[in-house]
Design a binder for this molecule. Structure first.
Ligand code: T6T
Length: 303
């Protein structure tokens, strides 16, 4: 007999539990669970770190959920831990980030076994950030990327897209060395001050995720440079939206984390009930800037 709906449990393992992005993703996942009459639980570490995520994942595997949705915190280091889940027979879908090259079920690569990848188009998002930045700066000046650390698929791809767009279409923009902040907004803020000291003519900073963007904005504000520096943020918690209203941040590229959680659960449910599942499911963006920050239909995209 097929498994009863109320007996299906899916565990969602976020990049970290205290990030508004993943909290919003869980909201979408819970909405899907309620619609389907199944259970989704949320188990993660407090920091974005594969060393901390691995024991959480091992404990989840030991409990044996019907499927795992996970945002792997490193594209290579999480392959072996996830292989253990696969060998235990637990279907895996990655949400937000990917392992290996992110192309699953194509017979190539060590981390080919997840069923699907549900996420934003991070290269495209990085390209969008570059266009908003270059347009705000009149196509000229120095900028840098505030980023987390290499090895994270999402933030690596945003930086890649940002640099590719600048190189191809905005030759007047010089992209300085990336500053890596380990997902620490205070470090991102002090790095802005250091870049400003070295390059007093800096004109823009792209914060490639929530903490990078929040920190970069705080650094700009602390240096009293809000009027001179273009800040483009990836992610849209209330704090960044407030920084748009105040004029500190020029634009935020809001991902749709609730959509990622919702469709992640739907894909897992489809797989568990014998349906085939797309190997990748792309979710959208909403750009928030001074023109639309007050619109009521923007509110649902704030994390
Ligand atoms: O930007 C999101 C997520 O997409 C990324 O993988 C890690 O950082 C966030 O969670 C924001 O903090």
């Amino acid at each position: 007999m097929a498994q009863a709906q109320e007996d299906i449990t899916i565990t969602l393992v976020p990049g970290l539990t205290t990030d508004a992005f993943y909290i919003t993703m869980n909201r979408g996942a819970q909405a899907a669970a309620e619609a389907l009459g199944i259970t989704v639980d949320f188990q993660g570490a407090e920091e974005f770190d594969p060393v901390l995520q691995t024991p959480v994942l091992d404990a989840v595997i030991a409990r044996g959920p019907d499927a795992i949705l996970i945002a792997p915190t490193d594209s290579t280091q999480m392959i072996e831990p996830l292989r253990r889940a696969n060998e235990a027979g637990i279907p895996i879908i990655t949400v937000d980030t990917f392992i290996d090259d992110g192309m699953y079920q194509d017979g190539a690569g060590d981390g080919d076994f997840p069923l699907s990848y549900v996420a934003s188009d991070n290269i495209g998002g990085g390209r969008m950030a570059a266009r908003f930045m270059a347009e705000a700066m009149g196509g000229e000046g120095k900028v840098y990327v505030s980023n987390v650390r290499p090895g994270i698929s999402t933030t690596d791809q945003r930086e890649e897209g940002f640099k590719a767009e600048m190189a191809e279409n905005f030759p007047g923009i010089e992209v300085l060395d990336t500053q890596y902040n380990e997902n620490d907004a205070s470090l991102a803020a002090s790095q802005f001050q250091a870049v400003l000291a070295r390059s007093p003519d800096i004109g823009g900073v792209f914060g490639a995720n929530l903490f990078s963007a929040l920190g970069a904005g705080n650094g700009v504000e602390g240096a009293d440079k809000a009027d001179d520096i273009t800040v483009i943020a990836f992610d849209a918690p209330q704090s960044i939206v407030d920084n748009i209203s105040s004029g500190l941040v020029d634009a935020a590229i809001a991902q749709h984390p609730a959509e990622i959680g919702y469709f992640g659960v739907m894909a897992a449910y489809a797989a568990l009930t014998g349906q085939s599942v797309p190997v990748s499911i792309g979710t959208g963006f909403t750009v928030i800037n001074a023109d639309n920050v007050g619109d009521e239909n923007i509110a649902k995209f704030i994390y």
